[in-house]
Design a protein around this ligand. Structure first.
Ligand SMILES: [Zn+2]
Length: 103
């Protein structure tokens, strides 16, 4: 696979069904299963279905550090970007309006 050094961030994850703590790259894993959906953990070779994947604590830190974004979009090349961040920043200067109410 053509994975060279780059600035892309890895998204460490593993499955809840895994008994090990070692993580694998979520983006890469998804990419692999897009081509050939086996959904087996590359570490322990057990079943690791998408629904059972959990993201490592480091990534949760990223999520926590940008509380303005409520979504993270994963790119095919393994990078990610926070969604709505720009919008929310602008929004923040104004009042935060509760969604769906008052109309
Ligand atoms: Zn595993």
């Amino acid at each position: 696979m053509g994975i060279g050094p780059g600035k892309r961030l890895r998204v460490p994850c593993r499955a809840t069904t895994c008994s090990h703590l070692q993580c694998f790259d979520a983006a890469l894993y998804l990419q692999m299963n897009e081509k050939k959906p086996t959904w087996t953990c590359p570490v322990c070779d057990q079943k690791a279905p998408y629904d059972d994947l959990i993201i490592d604590g480091l990534f949760m830190e990223i999520l926590n550090s940008c509380t303005d974004c409520d979504e993270i979009q994963f790119m095919e090349d393994g990078s990610w970007c926070p969604m709505k961040l720009e919008k929310m920043r602008r929004h923040r200067r104004r009042h935060r309006q509760p969604r769906g109410s008052g109309r």
